[in-house]
Design a protein around this ligand. Structure first.
Ligand SMILES: Cc1cc2nc3c(=O)[nH]c(=O)nc-3n(C[C@H](O)[C@H](O)[C@H](O)COP(=O)(O)OP(=O)(O)OC[C@H]3O[C@@H](n4cnc5c(N)ncnc54)[C@H](O)[C@@H]3O)c2cc1C
Length: 472
């Protein structure tokens, strides 16, 4: 069978599912993505927005001396460069400073960050640089006294949800991938002629699709579908909730700030974010099960503010908060989430022709997709994986969107830059089922300013039907 005749069904349009779609589509597969809600609206919109190798994972690699931990950081550093180049409008390098109080810390972190830089070779972003006390306080005038300088290093920062949406659009335009949003898979059955997935649409219709192979890329919800096929298997996914705050009315932040160790041993980032805000996160709290819209519990908000104010002499106003569930993969359900694998795991169910892709991180989404396809070629086709078409950028063609903005230039709310034409574009694509899909999914306003998001949502809700008619 030619790859163009093989049909791959991917369940979940988060970073994992999109990574698999990219790897399959560029090898000529027919790809259908089924997403229960909106593209990138699960965990993939709640990340710290860093494209990184993970300095904290490097620290654990140094301590454990485990080869797999080193590999994890090295792979992520290679992917960091690819993601940064893949969509320069949504991704950018960001300098981050690690504050230092003692000579020992200067030595220890200096060695660590140099190793981080060497590991990224030949995909380096810039060597770490020591900044003395004076330069440090020029960068961070609102930091309390007592810091003796810091190490500045480079990682990437991106708009995670919009990146997911643009990637999906690129896959549709370039490779004819089909993406159905608000189509939830409610059951999977392995049959003789392939794998049947039973789907329920937002309108309540229930129907069936058949794929040669199915990939379960449902992130923190992965166990639900595993158990549909084999109710007896133990769950493998554990989740931990990570919360973030966005603060406004603060001085401009010229670089990110890394708190390397909180009182309870976590890493916290304070990053420059959209509209001159500061993004503070993340916590890491064990949770029972993922919920769709994760709340930030008051104690986690308090925790983040306490740590911010331990270093910075600022007040600021919390204008947005968001949390998400990190899918962590367990070999053993008894292990605590702090010790679970943060790299991805691929589980192949040969007899069902189903693959479960679990865990991982945004930065490595492309490598996760490649690994999944490699497993498909090896276990189901018994073939070496083909090279496929080279993809170095995933920027979609937005000319139709721009044309519609000119045709329908009325703002959704007077004084706001968001125009009717954009909503009509996404409705025509079939990817705007609720005002939230636009306000959160395209404008990302809930991640920048909750009150503004609510105002725009109210205005958009009033026009929703009328815009629906214009989109026909
Ligand atoms: C707090 C936090 C901070 C993080 N920060 C970073 C960071 O800075 N950098 C980084 O690289 N990584 C980061 N990560 C990790 C990264 O965000 C996740 O690993 C990644 O987004 C997971 O994507 P996913 O596609 O596996 O899951 P999701 O994004 O949750 O996607 C799964 C999708 O499956 C859909 N779905 C579920 N069930 C069904 C069904 N039955 N039928 C159809 N669709 C279904 C869901 O609606 C969802 O859209 C962070 C994670 C967290 C939680």
């Amino acid at each position: 069978m030619q790859s163009s005749e093989r049909r791959l069904i991917i369940i979940g349009a988060g970073s994992s599912g999109l990574g698999v779609a990219l790897a399959a589509a560029r090898r000529g597969w027919r790809v259908l993505i089924l997403e229960a809600r909106d593209i990138g609206g699960g965990t993939s919109t709640t990340s710290t927005k860093l494209i990184h190798g993970g300095v904290r994972y490097l620290e654990s690699a140094i301590r454990s001396l485990r080869w797999s931990d080193w590999q994890l950081v090295r792979e992520a550093l290679r992917e960091r460069k690819w993601v940064l180049n893949s969509h320069p409008l949504l991704c950018r390098p960001v300098p981050i400073v690690l504050p230092v109080v003692s000579g020992w810390e200067r030595f220890y972190y200096g060695v660590g960050l140099r190793v981080y830089d060497y590991l990224s070779y030949p995909y380096r972003l810039g060597a770490p640089q020591w900044i003395g006390r004076e330069a440090f306080y020029e960068y961070f005038p609102s930091v309390k006294s007592g810091i003796n300088g810091g190490w500045m290093y480079w990682d990437g920062q991106f708009q995670d949800r919009l990146y997911a949406v643009h990637l999906a659009l690129y896959l549709v335009q370039r490779f004819g991938v089909e993406v159905r949003t608000y189509h939830q898979v409610v059951d999977i059955q392995a049959g003789l002629k392939g794998v049947q997935v039973i789907i329920q649409s937002a309108k309540g219709e229930v129907y069936e699709e058949t794929g040669d192979i199915v990939v379960n890329a449902t992130g923190p919800w992965g166990d639900v579908l595993r158990r549909k096929l084999r109710p007896e298997v133990p769950s493998r996914i554990r989740v931990s909730r990570g919360s973030h705050l966005v603060l406004a009315n603060l001085p401009e932040l010229k670089a990110g700030f890394l708190i390397p160790r909180t009182a309870d041993g976590r890493v916290l980032f304070i990053l420059p974010w959209e509209n001159h805000t500061w993004l503070v996160g993340t916590t890491d709290e064990e949770a029972d099960a993922p919920t769709w819209d994760a709340e930030v519990p008051p104690r986690e908000e308090e925790y983040l503010l306490t740590h911010l104010r331990r270093y910075f002499d600022v007040e600021g106003e919390v204008v947005a908060r968001f949390a998400g569930f990190r899918p962590l993969v367990a070999a053993d359900a008894q292990v605590s989430t702090a010790r679970l694998a943060r790299n991805h795991v691929i589980e192949v169910w040969r007899e069902h022709k189903v693959i479960h892709l679990m865990g991982g991180k945004w930065t490595t989404f492309r490598a996760m997709g490649e690994d999944t396809m490699r497993a498909i070629y090896r276990h189901f086709l018994n073939l070496p994986m083909s090279e496929g078409m080279e993809v170095s950028q995933i920027v979609p063609d937005l000319s139709e969107l721009e044309r519609l903005k000119l045709e329908y230039p009325s703002p959704i709310l007077p004084g706001e830059p968001y125009l009717e034409g954009e909503v009509i574009f996404w409705k025509r694509m079939g990817w705007a089922h609720t005002p939230d899909d636009i306000v959160k999914g395209r404008w990302q306003l809930h991640l920048i300013n909750e009150k503004r998001a609510q105002r725009l949502k109210a205005a958009l809700s009033e026009k929703w039907q009328e815009l629906g008619q214009k989109s026909h």
